[in-house]
Design a protein around this ligand. Structure first.
Ligand code: PEP
Ligand code: MG
Length: 758
């Protein structure tokens, strides 16, 4: 940041204070504001657009043709100015014409200007105007200059409200788009259905005063608010709903790290020093963080930034004396919670019986809040655009998070159909629950092992609920993913012990850490990034663990100690050659010898297994199998390598079918090669949790599946309707003489036998 830009920002605020305190009428103040900004930022153009009759009207300008004032008007969403208002976001462009939303307005004479930066003027959560600057030379405005614009927009918002420059009705102006039925799409973060009414998580803090009268007093207010917020976070950490210990504790620790972050409080104090009130300073730093967040590509880092935003909102409410979120304000019984994003601690404050679903504007699969929501069994739809402009407090919402959709203000027929489907799905769930204690035997009497996949302490509750035969894949890296730092050995031991306690007599197969690929952790990210252009095929999983031997040793010790006196199942991911299995097992053997020397209680039995995810391993099964107790096929990775198709690339998501002859023949070869070896063989990828795919797997000889917990009931139900001899014969026929569409053949086969398959 250049000193000149910082000085300019300070100058703007000082001069704005003078203008705002003056007795000028509102239009004259606007005229002065554009002059001040233009001068201080050395911008040829500065303009203010305000909402009038649903259109953004040019109210004041320096640099554009004056004849365009009160003449140039554009719709919300139209051109760059309209886009800023519609999306409520900042734009900072070196070359405005290159932006897809750019529209040229000849009456303004703006053709000679290249660079463009604009910020929304926000009042009651809606954009009521836009403040922008333009420059002849292409340049990107500096951070501090954008901050100065944001501050000015806050000041303008206050001026606009006081001078009644915009019509309140106008600010609320509702288009048919905002009153009629709407379907919003998003990303499925936690599957499920929910129906209820919209409740905004944050009744917004209205910033009524931007300029401080007494800077020292503002500093004190923020200081006290920080203290209070830290107290609250510490209290939350000790009384988290899900008990002490575990992922939630780790999540809250990350949270705590931010609450005590000196950099954050320093930036707020700097904003106060520049003349803002405590509220405005917090808001401005938050706006800036938001803008940065949008620029960040790393989803994991972005999630951490969301935690910071969560805290910032909390701080703002404390300082403004508005302590409650919707959680503390008599929550309605059928709440569909709406938020830009939520912090995990914030979600934990809600009464989960009243929470029927969550819709987030942001969010990602690995966000902390999603982990918590899954544990609470609340469906979550994320990455939903235009939430604020579409959903109003109290709107009826039908949330189908599984399908990635939310229907707002549904028509009665639509609501009726949804509720019928909802009731059916509840009935189904109940029917699956009744299968809990039923063992999955096929019609011909073969016992199929239906295990579940897990990764968090809270997932273990599903073991009893579904009656799964055990945990066929415990993804230990989840603990690493939700931690801000590498989890220490004691932490790991505690988790593994709790998981084994929760499982009782049922086996749990712990997979050693599979970090890397799409599962990067911040504290190893730079190392991974430095090495890999193609992380899925790069330095990940066992490859990484064998080289970072300390990591593996610590985990081995933690697992061995946690399983003292009982059976331990350990599985290594991404084994590509048998020696890697040997090397990984040697780390465990060494730790075992150490514990033996220490006269520690050892596991009663240890079973070692490998994942088959790399196709090459299938060619050396004769060398590998004698070393193993079990082999588990990770079809998620295996199929991406078989088809050379990145599993995380949405463009390829539907291109290759699991029910393809190539995959099924490959998998059949593996199961046949293992026959007679005494090694248990199963599938633990997502494929096994889908009914048609599971049918195919059973048809080619698999007898053990480890699947997502919610699929256990449906798969058990299906197993009981199958005759394996008949199914195997059909599969053998299809694979020998492939039908053009195996999926269709299988579906018809299932339908003819009244087997539900989707
Ligand atoms: C797999 O690759 O199929 C698997 C089960 O592991 P993950 O999805 O964790 O990579
Ligand atoms: Mg895998």
């Amino acid at each position: 940041m250049s000193a000149a830009a910082a000085a300019a920002a300070r100058r703007i605020l000082t001069r704005l204070t003078g203008v705002m305190a003056s007795r000028l009428h509102a239009q004259a103040k606007l005229d002065q504001v554009v002059e001040i900004i233009g001068e201080c930022l050395s911008s040829e153009v500065c303009s203010i657009y305000l909402l009038r009759d649903g259109m953004l009207e040019l109210f004041a300008t320096r640099g554009l043709n004056q004849s365009a004032v009160h003449v140039t008007r554009m719709g919300v969403g139209e051109g760059l100015v309209g886009a800023i208002a519609k999306k409520i976001e900042t734009l900072n462009l070196a070359e405005a014409k290159a932006h897809p939303d750019f529209q040229y307005r000849p009456e303004t004479g703006e053709e000679k200007f290249h660079s463009f930066a604009g910020v929304p003027i926000i009042h009651r959560e809606r954009a009521v105007g836009v403040l922008c600057v333009q420059h002849v030379e292409p340049r990107r405005y500096e951070d501090v200059e954008i901050e100065a614009l944001q501050t000015t927009a806050m000041v303008l918002s206050e001026l606009i409200a006081n001078a009644e420059l915009i019509d309140e009705e106008d600010a609320r102006a509702l288009t048919p788009e905002q009153t009629g039925p709407q379907t919003l799409s998003g990303l499925t973060l936690v599957k499920g259905l929910g129906a209820g009414h919209a409740v905004y998580h944050q009744p917004r803090v209205e910033i009524t005063q931007v300029m401080a009268e007494d800077t020292e007093a503002e500093r004190q207010r923020v200081y006290r608010a920080f203290d209070k917020m830290r107290e609250q976070i510490d209290a939350l950490a000790s009384q988290a709903e899900f008990g002490v210990g575990g992922e939630h504790e780790e999540v809250l620790e990350t949270y705590k790290m931010f609450a005590y972050d000196e950099g954050w409080s320093r930036r707020i104090n700097e904003a106060i020093d520049s003349g803002l009130t405590a509220e405005a300073a917090i808001e401005r730093v938050q706006q800036h963080t938001r803008m940065r967040m949008r620029e960040i590509d790393d989803p994991l880092l972005a999630d951490r930034m969301h935690d910071l935003e969560d805290l910032s909102n909390r701080l703002l409410r404390i300082v403004a004396g508005q302590v409650g979120t919707a959680a503390s304000q008599g929550l309605r019984r059928d709440t569909i919670l709406i938020a830009r994003n939520l912090g995990p601690a914030e979600l934990l404050e809600y009464d989960k019986r009243r929470l029927k679903g969550v819709i987030l504007e942001e969010g990602s699969l690995t966000a902390h809040v999603v982990i918590v929501a899954r544990a609470m069994n609340v469906p979550v739809l994320g990455r939903v655009k235009n939430v604020r402009t579409t959903i109003r407090e109290g709107d009826e919402i039908l949330l189908d998070a599984s399908a990635g959709q939310a229907i707002i203000r549904p028509l009665p027929q639509v609501a009726e159909a949804f509720h019928a489907r909802f009731a059916k799905s509840r009935e189904k769930q109940a029917a699956y629950a009744s299968l809990r204690d039923v063992e999955p035997f096929t019609r011909c009497g073969t016992r199929i092992q239906v295990m579940m996949n897990a990764g968090l302490r809270d997932d273990m509750a599903m073991l009893a609920m579904t009656g799964a035969d055990g945990v066929g894949l415990f993804r230990t890296e989840f603990q690493f993913l939700v931690s801000a730092t590498l989890p220490q050995r004691e932490r790991q031991t505690r988790l593994y012990r709790d998981v084994l306690d929760a499982a009782g007599d049922k086996p749990v197969i712990f997979r050693t850490v599979d970090i890397g690929g799409d599962k990067s952790v911040p504290y190893l990210a730079s190392e991974i990034a430095a090495q890999d252009e193609n992380p899925a095929m790069g330095w990940r999983a066992l490859r990484l663990a064998l080289e970072r031997e300390g990591l593996m040793k610590v985990q081995a010790r933690a697992l061995l100690e946690a399983a003292a006196g009982r059976a331990l199942h350990v599985m290594f991911p991404m084994v590509s050659e048998p020696w890697e299995f040997d090397a990984a097992k040697a780390v465990f053997d060494e730790q075992l010898a150490f514990l033996r020397r220490q006269k520690k209680l050892l596991p009663e039995r240890i079973h070692f297994g490998a994942m088959l995810e790399v196709p090459a391993l299938a060619e050396v099964l004769d060398l590998l199998l004698p070393k193993l107790s079990f082999l588990s096929i990770g079809t998620n990775d295996l199929t991406q390598f078989l088809f050379a198709a990145d599993r995380a690339n949405p463009k390829l998501a539907e291109r290759y079918d699991w029910l393809s002859v190539a995959i099924l023949r490959f998998l059949r070869r593996v199961v046949e090669a293992s026959r007679g070896s005494g090694v248990e063989i199963g599938v633990c990828g997502e494929m096994g949790g889908r009914r048609l795919e599971a049918l195919a797997l059973l048809g080619i000889g698999y007898r053990r599946l480890s699947i997502t917990p919610t699929a256990v009931g449906p798969i058990k139900e299906m197993v009981r309707k199958i005759d394996l001899a008949e199914l195997s014969a059909a599969m053998a026929g299809w694979l020998a003489d492939p039908a053009t569409n195996l999926r269709r053949e299988l579906a018809a086969w299932a339908e003819a036998r009244e087997i539900e398959y989707d």
